[in-house]
Design a protein around this ligand. Sequence first.
Ligand code: 5CA
Length: 445
Amino acid sequence: MRLSRYFLPVLKETPSDAHIVSHRLMLRAGMIRQAAAGIYSWLPLGFKVLRRLEDIVHQEQIRAGHDPMLMPTLQSADLWRESGRYDDYGEEMLRITDRHGHDMLYGPTNEELITDIFRNSVQSYKQLPLTLYHIQWKFRDERRPRFGVMRGREFFMKDGYNFDIDKAAAMHAYNRHMVSYLRTYERMGLKAIPMRADSGPIGGDDTHEFLVLADTGESEVFYDKRILDLSLGERAVDYDDWDQCAAIKQEWTTPYARTDETHDAALFDAIPEEYRMTSRGIEVGQIFYFGTKYSEPMNARVTNADGDLVPVHMGSHGIGVSRLVGAIIEASHDDNGIIWPEAVTPFKVGIVNLKQGDSEADSACEALYKELTAKGLEPLYDDREERAGGKFATMDLIGLPWRITVGPRGLKNGVVELTSRRTGESREMVPAEAIAELEAIYSEV
Ligand code: 5CA
């Protein structure tokens, strides 16, 4: 992409109504614009990051054996009356009446709709286990939408629903989701810690939230520092292996980690003092096991191996995809702007032409641009007639992890400069070497 033709409305001024760094940077970097309180348009740069996260979520869900689908944003109130949540959900639910006088709602979550789909098509335990998920916009009429996309009213969420014959099978689905979420966040360059949580309006007995540590997080968290050393890395995971998934869950849930909602001071104080940590965290996902809470009232039953009709055991599992964009920025930025992890960056490398209009600099940049593009290294080429300082400031603000700087002085010796956004370190090399380095870096992402 050439910056001269790209819609990137960066702001020089810091927006006064944005109170946390990710909100400020998303506005300044031209990623989002507010449409109404807690509702945002995603401009090209922001949309690219959102799509990257969505892709990672899909890949990891499919790897875990879950089936992607798409349910609508609008739902009929009738199903929610069956589960009893139409009245229980309260003011967070946006209720709408259509022209025929039918009660509708903008879905805050989809337990009822998916249970309805399930009960109309599945009759036997032989069709289980089954996990269906979608990534769709949700609406919750939050009393205080704030922090930009972190607590929006409209937000993009992955929600998945497992259907199993009994509690043991549903607990495997729970464990499997925990493992696949750990892998998902790790791929995004994040450390997200599973913490025992409260189930709130979704209900159920077993639930964990995934929290990313950040000073601006809304939750207070207490944890054993040693949990930060855990990583799935290259471990081969067999998502059908109950024991392996249970062992990984055990590994991550053994060190103490809880939010203020479930904090137990006595357990916490039993941890050696040097490992005891208190900080703030952003909730980027939550998994639930709630058994037959929806299948009983909604009559979602299947025949088991003995021929008896039994309600299915369910859980639901959510990832805050739009919130993650903000969470990644909270976890990865400096005074000059965003620092994207390679896995989610909107463009893989920026090209800065220090002397636009100089025929040698222009043709060196063109050659780089073509070759990087051909290799799938998605460059953003700043080909504007602007001074170097302004170009560097824009690149730093939008946070591409790598930058290639091309100027007449270097070109005299045949070299360009490759700079890391994270460390600021710059090295001179011939263009082919810079391309080869980037290829090597991105082949590992
Ligand atoms: N049905 C279940 C699981 S699919 C559910 O709705 N879970 S949830 O309420 O925990 O939401 C899942 C994730 O969506 C949260 O962990 C959070 O990351 C994200 N989320 C929830 N509310 C908002 C909001 N107002 N703005 C942005 N993201 C949100």
